[in-house]
Write a protein that binds this ligand. Structure first.
Ligand code: ZN
Ligand code: FE
Length: 261
């Protein structure tokens, strides 16, 4: 089997459409727009072999019809998300085998919270996680449909993956998220270091992603709600009286919803 490779295609203001390729065959994740994908395929002399969807929002699915007009390929998506264009509904615990990518295996994780049917795709052989709007660099998705407890549980599933897992998120939000992370933990030196690193990348117009799970565990307030410092600070700021990981997580998520950096 050829070693699979990943790359990214920019879409809209800050979306990334991630690609998985083996030789000329490519599978794309969350094509919100068809045009940049078609251009990329042409430029890189690749053929589309499949589409993976993490959730139903238009900035992640809007390009599917345009791609299916040119390529007849399977479309994977969460069974509970009910996306019309999905031909292969999948659910947590399923394994997808991508024959076009040399039999590459992908594990499906149910990660409700941002939407109720949100799924994430984990490639165990490469330790790659494609997580849509569940987790961002130093942040997490807004809770549109689920509860804070559901989002917390979903993030715990990610936290249980190997520390060197590469995290491929749907949006470039790392720098603004780090501003908030620093407000939650003003004394965390890892956050400061990540700001410097991310600024350097953004100045060269490079993505700050993928990150590693270890990096997220060190800097992402939504993966640090179980830290004594974070729980204590949420109580000290009067944002919750519930000094538990879920209490702190809920307080951090609510704070972020109207945080102006
Ligand atoms: Zn979304
Ligand atoms: Fe999105």
């Amino acid at each position: 089997m050829q070693t699979p490779q990943t790359s990214f295609i920019r879409a809209f203001k800050d979306n990334y459409i991630w690609t998985l390729s083996s030789g000329p065959q490519t599978v794309v994740v969350d094509p919100g727009d068809a045009k940049p994908v078609l251009n990329w395929l042409k430029q890189n002399k690749r053929k589309l072999a499949g589409i993976l969807l993490t959730h139903k929002h238009n900035d992640h699915t809007g390009g599917v019809a345009g791609l299916l007009a040119k390529f007849s390929v399977p479309v994977y998506g969460g069974a509970n998300e009910r996306i019309d264009s999905v031909t292969q509904p999948v659910a947590g615990g399923d394994t997808i085998t991508l024959d076009a990518l040399g039999g590459l295996e992908i594990s499906v994780l149910d990660v409700p919270g941002h939407t109720l049917g949100h799924v994430a795709y984990y490639v165990p052989s490469q330790k790659w996680l494609f997580c849509g709007d569940l987790l961002f660099g130093a942040g997490c998705g807004r809770i549109f449909e689920g509860t804070a407890a559901q989002m917390y549980d979903s993030l715990q599933k990610i936290a249980a993956l190997p520390d060197d897992t590469l995290i491929f998120c749907g949006h470039e939000y790392t720098l603004p998220n780090l501003k908030f992370a620093a407000a939650v933990e003003p004394e965390n030196p890892a956050i400061e270091a990540r700001v410097k690193e991310s600024l350097a990348k953004r100045q060269k117009y490079l993505p700050t992603l993928p990150s590693t799970l270890a990096e997220e565990k060190a800097t992402n307030p939504f993966l640090r709600a179980d830290q004594e410092t974070v729980m204590e600070r949420m109580v000290a700021l009067g944002r919750t009286a519930d000094k538990t990981p879920l209490g702190a997580f809920t307080a951090v998520r609510t704070w972020k919803d109207d945080f102006v950096g």
